[in-house]
Design a binder for this molecule. Structure first.
Ligand SMILES: NC(=O)C1=CN([C@@H]2O[C@H](COP(=O)(O)OP(=O)(O)OC[C@H]3O[C@@H](n4cnc5c(N)ncnc54)[C@H](O)[C@@H]3O)[C@@H](O)[C@H]2O)[C@@H](O)CC1
Ligand SMILES: Nc1ncnc2c1ncn2[C@@H]1O[C@H](COP(=O)(O)OP(=O)(O)O)[C@@H](O)[C@H]1O
Ligand SMILES: [K+]
Length: 496
């Protein structure tokens, strides 16, 4: 399992390993530096590249110096070590003594600024060990000026150790590769900071799994294996067993969103899909709805049971919608609230005491979520964890969509590191909402259904992009069935 922890909790793991198990920091540093070197040499750089190891005064700089030593022993022809200032902390100071006694060229930024700048500008790679998990708030001016110089260099690649320097700072370092040491750092996956990390990797060191688990704030998810035991799709089932799903979507001029999300539900293992629309568009949508059963919203009273519902894609925003959402929430207990229905939900919450419950999944994008939570887009991008309070109050699941998607429910957090821009196309969110609504009938937990939906959505996009290049959302729907099957949402051979 890939746990994520906060940078502060990672420091507690560091100190816990030293105190509880007597493994000294210098051994951890040796392990970190060696694992980082192996990854760097294997995947990224060759012995003929010129590499600058840029070291701060703390242990992050110490890791970089262990890497420099390993590169020296590996026969790298051009390596240089730059330290920000002479006065290093204890362990990095030991590493520096070794570097100097090996005769590796070493420079001090605060003494020889212009030489250091020239060296950096000629390098193929800069290994950045300026600051790791010890960094607090915004960068100090001396480090800020180094970071800003590096960010403005062309034709150079940056390998950040653990976390990029200045992760909290609007002018922080922009890395090509970030390698988390020992455990994934949650801050690297905050949408604002994610863009500074480039490709994120992990190297393992002696962090006992129980210490990581104790500090874990959630899981980085890539596949559905962590949830698969909850799936229930029997080979003996028929359409009636696999779920009736009601889709409340579309309004005048927004038929596309209704069809897209409805067809997306149909591509999941669900059985029947009923599309509920207003009287004004019923005649228009009826002939083009394919296998969707189209009903009028006004007939809702005659439907007492749905296994799940989807409310919101292209639904429009008006007082009527708020009232209809209120009746839907009273009538059903499981479903997805997306797009325009997020807006209606917010108005409803402001007006009356709304109780959602564990069956409901909200799928806002960042802008919709900021509106729902009475916060700003910037605050959410810099700390998606502020969603936790909302999900705890409403006992629901919330999928915060962006280039990195965060999924919350009370006591659970999952992160899907998407970063695949073809998926950011109009209507892609409607497809995801349909997918999750369909999966809600296959999974016992809404959180698992939401996570599986996010994974299947992204996987469909990758399959489609590989086959066809850039795509539109209607094409994405056609890849959902294949994607679900590929990620392991299949028919079970035995009854459960
Ligand atoms: N402690 C351990 O057991 C291990 C630590 N490791 C490495 O050590 C790193 C953490 O080391 P440290 O705790 O020494 O911390 P850092 O090396 O991240 O930085 C600490 C230094 O940064 C300065 N600083 C803090 N905020 C700043 C800001 N905003 N602007 C400028 N300077 C700032 C502090 O004054 C302090 O001197 C990890 O990220 C990892 O790379 C690894 O070697 C694994 C083991
Ligand atoms: N750069 C990106 N990388 C990965 N996924 C992305 C990216 N940009 C957007 N997405 C995904 O695309 C979908 C867009 O949803 P949304 O904004 O609701 O679109 P729409 O309203 O057009 O349906 C979300 O699932 C989001 O996570
Ligand atoms: K760093």
């Amino acid at each position: 399992m890939k746990h994520i922890v906060s940078m502060d909790s990672a420091a507690l793991i560091d100190s816990g390993v030293q105190q509880n198990y007597g493994i000294p920091a210098i051994i951890l540093m040796e392990q970190a530096g060696t694992a980082l070197s192996e990854l760097f040499f294997d995947k990224f750089c060759s012995a003929s590249d010129s590499v600058v190891f840029l070291c701060g005064t703390g242990n992050n700089g110490g890791d970089a110096m262990v890497m420099a030593r390993n590169a020296f022993f590996k026969g790298f022809s051009s390596i240089k070590v730059i330290i920000t200032k002479e006065s290093l902390r204890d362990i990095p100071a030991i590493q520096l003594d070794i570097i100097r006694s090996l005769g590796i060229d070493t420079y001090v930024w605060e003494n020889d600024r212009s030489i250091c700048e020239e060296i950096c500008s000629k390098a193929d790679w800069i290994v950045e060990g300026l600051l790791g998990i010890g960094q607090k708030s915004e960068l100090r001016q001396d480090i800020k000026s180094i970071v800003s110089f590096i960010n403005n260099l062309d034709d150079i690649r940056i390998f950040s150790i653990d976390v990029p320097a200045g992760i909290y700072d609007d002018y922080g370092l922009i890395a090509d590769v970030t390698v988390n040491v020992g455990v994934y750092k949650q801050e690297c996956f905050f949408p604002s900071y994610r863009k500074r990390c480039g490709d994120i990797h992990l190297v393992e060191i002696s962090f006992p799994p129980e210490l990581i688990k104790r500090q874990s704030s959630g899981l980085l998810i890539e596949d559905i294996s962590v949830f698969s035991d909850e799936l229930n799709i029997s080979r003996y089932s028929h359409k009636g067993d696999r779920g009736r799903i009601g889709v409340f979507a579309g309004s005048a001029g927004m038929l596309g969103a209704a069809l897209l999300s409805g067809k997306s539900v149909l591509r999941t293992p669900s059985g029947y899909v009923y599309l509920f629309v207003g009287n004004d568009i019923f005649e228009q949508i009826y002939p083009i709805a394919g296998p969707l059963v189209v009903k009028k919203e006004s007939d809702l009273q005659s439907f007492d049971f749905m296994d799940s519902v989807l409310v919101g894609p292209g639904w429009g925003r008006c007082e009527n919608r708020v009232l209809l959402l209120s009746s839907i929430l009273k009538k059903f207990d499981k479903g997805v609230i997306d797009a325009d229905a997020i807006y209606s939900l917010k108005l409803l919450i402001d007006k009356e005491d709304v109780s959602l419950g564990t069956g409901w999944v909200l799928t806002p994008h960042i802008g919709e979520c900021a509106f729902l939570l009475n916060t700003t887009v910037d605050k959410l991008l810099k700390n998606p964890l502020i969603c936790q309070d909302f999900v705890n109050r409403h006992s629901c699941t919330l999928v915060l969509k962006s280039h990195v998607t965060w999924i919350f429910s009370p006591g659970n957090i999952a992160v899907y590191d998407g970063c695949f821009s073809p998926l950011g196309t109009a209507g892609s969110g409607d497809v995801l909402a349909g997918l999750i609504a369909g999966l809600l009938t296959a999974y016992t937990s809404s959180f698992s259904a939401a996570c599986a939906g996010v994974i299947a959505h992204a996987n469909a996009a990758k399959l489609l992009y590989k086959d066809k290049g850039w795509f539109s959302s209607d094409m994405l729907v056609d890849y959902i069935g294949l994607s679900l099957k590929e990620i392991g949402i299949e028919i079970y051979e035995r009854e459960r």
